[in-house]
Ligand binder design. Structure first.
Ligand code: 9MR
Length: 558
């Protein structure tokens, strides 16, 4: 009898121990890979390169993920650099290794304006020859990988950012040699050729910044029209899905992401999140609070993705770890370079738990800096040495997918004016676009009362000066009494602004809401990048709540 009780007690203890461990592992999730956590929702993926086969990173990737995109190995340049000479070896070795390890493969990308050899669509090529080059490439490549990829990005990044009239999707296309050579029809031609070559693979249109409602509307208009025109291309509508790349930043709004998901869902097409990463920090450094904030955004995004899981086929991260990411300067992935998990990993693993444990209101980091007292000469060529008194303000956090022009600002003040000096590098010096914010230009946002309202009041103003010294304002009357000077040289320029205080009489110790922005135009015109100091919302022109703080001080108190 005693013995039985003893064994009973031992068995109960062992069972309790096991349950405790299972419970524990289930809760902290450390031992459950992402692919298992999300198996009832969607595929979870990452990128690989052929040279990673048989490496620790390959195995680690295969443990966590179940679908792979080739980071570069299946792009036009990699597969047909010379006309008619197809170089499939490296891509084949990657695809075979991926399939052997039990993962599936997504194809990226058949048509793009970048990483495409010039012979395909050079300036002056005839329309017929360009179509021939386009369709031959697509047929050969999609035909070659037929049966080994589940889906293709057929056309990548064809729509411009922030189109003025998104319902006119043709007018919203961005400049591309394909557009020049063939016209807007190149998109339909490409999808038809891909469907013909591989009727099984799901065909995607893939693009970035699709959390921008205007860009999303242009893509939706295109997909809707092409599917209406081709309802039965090989047995089904032509475009199967939209790839929302998801190169995000701390200011990205999960609500905007969800709005675009709803828009694409309304077209009855599938959605994949195709290139997810979230930039935080700069120069490879990321603070504790930025790590937490990055985790929070990942968690919020996954909450949205789970909610819409029936419409989402796949969520792919663009980069395994911060050491190998294309954006390693802004630490955007789930893992450190030694593959240890960041808070973002746990956020993705269990988004509800992460959100509960990380109070949103304590996370937002507001930067503060100083403006020293002094009245500088208004000269952008030979800048007044007085500027050296004030600390540098880096304007280097990017809001869009491209990392173009960036700058450094400094501020000074006296009783009547705020002075700002901004030096910009890596600029194309282009002002061809009609809208002044699309020029290579710098902007200062000022909230004199520093009351951080979510809308513009009379004390809130935006000042913009382009590299040629042309100024513009929001609201327009903000230009009264404003002065500026600009000086440009190769790929760089300097702007000095003199901004009258209108609502406050500043004293040493006064704080104003402040932000600085650098708009980077592409060589051919149009804004391709935006860099800011503090406010990552992209809403600085109408909402002052995300501005940083500028403390006006006198030298002795520094
Ligand atoms: O991550 C890719 C990087 O290694 C290449 O140098 C770059 C070339 O433009 O392309 C990167 O991947 C891009 C993807 O193919 C399409 N969307 C944007 C990605 C990041 O630039």
């Amino acid at each position: 009898m005693r013995k039985r009780v003893f064994f009973g007690a031992v068995a109960t203890a062992v069972a309790a121990f096991c349950v405790f461990f299972m419970f524990r592992f289930n809760l902290n999730g450390k031992n459950r890979p992402l692919k298992t956590v999300y198996k009832d929702y969607f595929l979870v993926g990452n990128i690989l390169s052929p040279d990673m086969d048989k490496s620790r990173k390959f195995d680690f990737t295969a443990e966590q993920f179940n679908v792979i995109t080739a980071e570069n190995a299946m792009k036009p340049e990699a597969l047909q650099k010379e006309k008619g000479v197809f170089t499939f070896e490296k891509a084949d070795s990657l695809v075979n290794a991926v399939l052997d390890s039990g993962m599936v493969m997504h194809g990226h990308t058949l048509v793009w304006r970048q990483q495409t050899p010039q012979w395909m669509n050079f300036e002056g090529i005839s329309r017929e020859e360009a179509i021939e080059n386009l369709t031959t490439h697509i047929r050969s490549v999609a035909g070659h990988f037929k049966g080994r990829v589940i889906s293709w990005d057929v056309v990548n990044e064809a729509v411009s950012d922030n189109p003025q009239n998104p319902e006119d999707w043709r007018g919203s296309l961005s400049e591309s040699p394909w557009l020049k050579a063939i016209g807007p029809q190149y998109i339909e031609i490409a999808f038809l050729a891909a469907r013909e070559a591989d009727g099984e693979a799901r065909l995607y249109y893939n693009d970035y910044n699709l959390d921008n409602p205007k860009k999303a509307r242009a893509v939706a208009a295109m997909a809707a029209e092409l599917n209406e025109k081709n309802p039965n291309a090989g047995g089904r509508p032509l475009i199967d899905g939209v790839g929302m790349q998801g190169h995000y930043r701390l200011g990205t709004s999960p609500e905007n992401v969800e709005k675009s998901i709803n828009l694409f869902k309304s077209l009855n097409i599938e959605i994949s999140v195709s290139e997810l990463d979230v930039q935080a920090g700069a120069d490879g450094k990321i603070s504790e609070s930025q790590l937490a904030e990055q985790g929070l955004l990942y968690a919020q995004l996954f909450d949205v993705y789970k909610k819409h899981a029936p419409a989402i086929t796949r969520v792919t991260f663009w980069g395994l770890d911060d050491g190998s990411s294309w954006r390693r300067d802004s630490s955007p992935t789930l893992f450190n370079k030694d593959l240890t998990p960041k808070p973002a990993f746990f956020a993705v693993l269990d988004s509800e738990k992460y959100i509960k444990e990380n109070n949103v209101s304590t996370l937002k980091e507001v930067k503060e800096t100083q403006a020293l007292y002094g009245t500088p000469a208004m000269n952008a060529k030979d800048v007044d040495p007085l500027w050296g008194e004030s600390p540098e303000i880096p304007v280097n956090q990017y809001l869009m997918a491209w990392q173009g022009a960036q700058g450094t600002a400094r501020a000074l003040w006296d009783e009547k004016y705020l002075y700002v000096l901004i030096t910009v590098s890596n600029a194309a010096l282009n002002k061809d676009a009609q809208a002044p914010h699309e020029h290579d230009s710098v902007e200062v946002f000022l909230d004199e009362k520093n009351d951080k309202k979510s809308y513009f009041e009379a004390d809130d103003r935006q000042f913009r000066v382009n590299f040629a010294g042309e100024a513009s304002f929001n609201p327009e009357e903000a230009g009264a009494m404003f002065e500026s000077a600009a000086w440009s040289y190769e790929n760089a320029y300097t702007v000095v602004m003199k901004i009258p205080f209108k609502f406050i009489s500043p004293k040493s110790g006064t704080s104003v809401g402040f932000d600085a922005q650098v708009n980077g135009a592409s060589k051919t015109g149009g804004r391709e990048s935006v860099a800011v100091w503090n406010d990552l919302s992209g809403e600085s022109y109408q909402n002052t709540s995300g501005y940083g703080v500028l403390n006006l001080i006198k030298r002795a108190e520094r």
